[in-house]
Design a binder for this molecule. Structure first.
Ligand code: SF4
Length: 362
C-alpha cells in the first residue's frame, strides 16, 4: 500500500536573514547556558554557611590529627564554610548514592535499613549508615557504604582496569584504598560502624564515575584497629571537656590543608625539627630568588617557545630587530646496547633541595 506523505507546510520567508537568525539563536543559547549554570550554582550557594558541629563524626574520624577533631567541635564558628566546589562534590556524592541504591534494587538486590542516622551518646559520636544488602545465599546482612569517586582521589583503586581489579584480593584493595587520604577516612568510618553495630564485615562500594562502574571493597572487621578509634574518641572528648587541645600533628602537609590552620590553630610548622641557619647573606639570596623567580620562569618558558619557533627556519633568521643564528654542532655520545645497560647501571644517592617561604602557606 503506497505511503501517503503529509503535505509539507510551506515555510514563510523569514523577515530576517539566515545570518541574523543564527546570531539571534546563538545569543539565546548563550543566555540559556548562562542561566542554567547560575541556577545550578545558586541552588548550592544557598547551602554555603558555617554548620554548627556539636559531636564527633565517624565520616571525618580518619583525619590523622586529634587536635583537628577537637577544633571541629570547640571552634566550629571560626572555620570558613565549605565553598561552592565542595558543595558540588557533596551533591554528586548524594546523587551517586541514590543512583547505586536504585540500581541495586532494580537488579533484584535486597537493600534494607537505608540512611539511618545514629548517635552514640557515650562517645559523642554520630554517623549515618547507608544501608545493608542481604546476601542471598547466607542471608547475611552486609553493611554497605557507598562513595562516589570522580577518579582523582581514589586513583589507586579507580586507576586499575577491570582485569587488574579482578586479580586483586580484598586485602590488596584495602591497602590501596588506605594509601589515599579519602580512602583512609572511609576505612576508619566503616571500622567504627562495624564496632558499634556488632558486624563482622562490610562492603565499601565505590561508584567510579570516570569509568561508570562500581568497585566493591570487602572490609573485614579489625577489632584492634576499631578499638583504637574508640579510645581515640574518648581521648578527644576528654580534651574537649577540659578545653585542652591535643598536641599539634607537626606535619606541615596536613596542617596546610586543615580548616583550622591559622584560624584556631597556630602550629609552628615553619621550622619544626629543622636545623636553623642564621646566615643573613643566604637569607638575602633566598629573598632575592623569590623576587626574581616568576620573571625567570616566564623567561625560560618564552625561551623554549622561541627556540621551537625559529629552530627550523634556517641558519640566519631576522625577527624584527632580532637576528637569530641556528648553528648545527656535533657532540660525542656514548651509546650502550640495551642488552648491556645493566653492566653500566648503579644506584647512586642524590639530594633534591626545595624551599618555600613560611608566609606563602595559606
Ligand atoms: S593546623 Fe595542623 S595541628 Fe592544627 S588542627 Fe590542623 S592539622 Fe592539627
Amino acid at each position: 500500500m503506497p505511503i501517503e506523505m503529509a503535505p509539507r507546510e510551506q515555510k514563510a520567508k523569514p523577515d530576517r536573514t539566515v545570518d541574523e537568525l543564527i546570531e539571534d539563536h546563538t545569543h539565546a543559547a548563550d543566555a540559556l547556558g548562562h542561566r542554567i549554570v547560575t541556577t545550578f550554582d545558586d541552588a548550592l550557594k544557598d547551602k554555603i554557611r558555617v554548620q554548627p558541629q556539636m559531636h564527633l563524626r565517624a565520616s571525618s574520624f580518619g583525619h590523622p590529627c586529634d587536635r583537628k577533631l577537637y577544633h571541629d567541635i570547640v571552634d566550629w564558628k571560626k572555620v570558613m564554610p565549605f565553598g561552592l566546589q565542595a558543595h558540588r562534590n557533596f551533591e554528586r556524592g548524594n546523587y551517586g548514592e541514590r543512583y547505586v541504591i536504585g540500581k541495586l534494587r532494580e537488579f533484584g538486590f535486597i537493600v534494607v535499613g537505608e540512611q539511618r542516622d545514629w548517635y552514640d551518646e557515650s562517645l559523642n559520636l554520630s554517623g549515618r549508615i547507608e544501608g545493608h544488602i542481604v546476601e542471598s545465599i547466607s542471608g547475611a546482612e552486609i553493611l554497605v557504604e557507598i562513595k562516589s569517586s570522580a577518579g582523582y582521589f581514589l586513583k589507586k583503586i579507580t586507576g586499575l582496569s577491570d582485569e587488574e581489579l579482578a586479580q586483586t584480593s580484598h586485602s590488596e584493595r584495602i591497602a590501596r584504598l588506605r594509601e589515599t587520604v579519602y580512602g583512609e577516612n572511609y576505612y576508619v568510618q566503616v571500622q567504627i560502624y562495624l564496632y558499634l553495630f556488632n558486624k563482622y564485615a562490610a562492603m565499601l562500594l565505590i561508584h567510579d564515575l570516570g569509568l561508570g562502574r562500581v568497585v566493591p571493597i570487602t572490609i573485614p572487621f579489625d577489632w584492634e584497629f576499631a578499638h583504637s578509634m574508640i579510645d581515640r574518641a574518648e581521648r578527644i572528648n576528654c580534651a574537649i571537656a577540659l578545653k585542652v587541645p591535643p598536641p599539634y600533628i607537626e606535619k606541615a602537609s596536613v596542617c596546610k590543608q586543615c580548616r583550622h590552620f591559622k584560624r584556631s590553630c597556630f602550629p609552628s610548622i615553619t621550622s619544626g625539627n629543622a636545623k636553623i641557619l642564621t646566615d643573613p647573606e643566604l637569607h638575602q639570596k633566598m629573598v632575592r630568588h623569590a623576587e626574581v623567580k616568576p620573571a625567570a620562569q616566564e623567561a625560560s618558558k618564552l625561551e623554549r617557545e622561541i627556540k621551537a619557533d625559529v629552530r627550523d627556519a634556517g641558519e640566519l633568521v631576522a625577527v624584527g630587530d632580532f637576528l637569530v643564528t641556528n648553528t648545527t654542532r656535533q657532540r660525542k655520545s656514548v651509546v650502550i646496547p640495551p642488552e648491556r645497560k645493566s653492566e653500566f647501571t648503579q644506584l647512586v644517592d642524590y639530594v633534591t633541595t626545595k624551599w618555600e617561604r613560611s608566609n606563602d602557606r595559606t
